[in-house]
Structure formats: C-alpha cells, structure tokens
Design a protein around this ligand. Structure first.
Ligand code: HEM
Length: 62
C-alpha cells in the first residue's frame, strides 16, 4: 500500500487512523502529513519516486 501509485488510501489512513489501533493524525498540518508519506514512499528499500503534495492531503480532508 505504501508502494501504491495512488496515495489516497495512505493519506486517509494517516488522517483517520485505521481499525481503532492506528491513531489518526489529522492534527498534523497538510505539509507534515505530505512529508511523512513522501518519506515512507522513498526511504528504506522503497524507491517509488512519488511525492505527495500538501494539496493532496488538503483534498482528502473531510
Ligand atoms: C506518523 C507516524 C505514523 C505513520 C506515518 C503511520 C503509518 C501507518 C500506515 C500507512 C498504516 C497502514 C498499513 C497498511 O494497512 O498497509 C499503519 C497501520 C498501523 N499503525 Fe501506524 N503510523 C504511524 C504511527 C503509529 C503509532 C504511533 C501507532 C501506535 C501507537 C501506530 C499503530 C498502527 C497499527 C497498530 C497499525 C495496523 C492497523 C491495522 O491492523 O489495521 N501507528 N500505520
């Protein structure tokens, strides 16, 4: 999922949490959430070259 071309699912998990156990991070700014997702997409052995923009996070907020 971190490697998916479409980051929408990952953005929504960060904003809303998942299955009660993963906390929501909606208190973070659009820039912070975009940065942490872009980091997970391009570090360790992950080399997607994808950058999530703050505008993408803004659009996914309810
Ligand atoms: C900013 C920090 C964090 C990021 C970027 C992050 C990211 C993610 C993502 C993307 C997933 C979904 C994985 C998948 O379904 O393939 C996930 C799941 C999960 N996260 Fe986090 N997480 C963070 C912090 C935390 C913290 C602090 C906790 C616990 C206190 C936590 C607990 C969990 C758990 C338990 C799951 C699995 C939920 C399930 O089984 O459905 N995460 N996290």
């Amino acid at each position: 999922m971190v490697l998916d071309a479409d980051a929408t699912k990952q953005i929504k998990i960060l904003l809303n949490g998942q299955n009660i156990v993963m906390p929501a991070w909606k208190q973070l700014s659009d820039t912070e959430i975009a940065a942490v997702i872009s980091f997970t997409k391009n570090n360790w052995s992950n080399k997607t070259g994808q950058m999530v923009q703050p505008a993408d996070v803004h659009a996914a907020r309810q």
